[in-house]
Design a binder for this molecule. Sequence first.
Ligand code: HEC
Length: 149
Amino acid sequence: MKSFIMFFMFVTLLFSSGNNYSTRSNWLMQVDTDDEKFRAIQNQLRGFDTAMVEVGYRYDAMKQALKVKNYELAIYHLEKIKVSIENGYIRRPARKEASQNFFLNASYKEFQYALTQKNTAQIADKFNDVRNSCNACHADQKVEFIVIE
Ligand code: HEC
């Protein structure tokens, strides 16, 4: 019985070596044609979700920065959020219009302005608008279960 299991494992190993999984670090160079290479890179870059993971991280970092009134840091993250959303809609053009209408041409600019003015009350007010923009766009894009607090 034991030797049968060993034999079975050996055969499995032998045949699994011919699957699609690369164990080498130069996986991209092993893809045959240029077209397939670009497709492989495109798949790795993914779509709007990876942009939103960054946006979510920077939103939290911005919130922390506001607590300690580090407004330069908040501006830094806010501007990276813009870059990330713009890169996101280059990958997923269907998200462009909503990104601009709900956020980039709306609460983004007002919040940015409030930060440059260093007016604490105005900053708190405009940050509220930013959060509402995030959630309004999520509702519009049918991901209303993603709630930003
Ligand atoms: C285009 C309108 C739009 C705007 C504006 C927007 N989001 Fe999103 N967000 C989405 C969509 C669409 C998804 C789901 C992405 C997917 O599944 O491909 C998403 C997903 C997310 C996720 C989940 C990411 C994950 O997969 O873990 C977070 C976090 C997030 N958004 C945060 C934010 C924050 C914070 C803001 C405001 C600063 C914001 N979003 C503004 C459309 C938007």
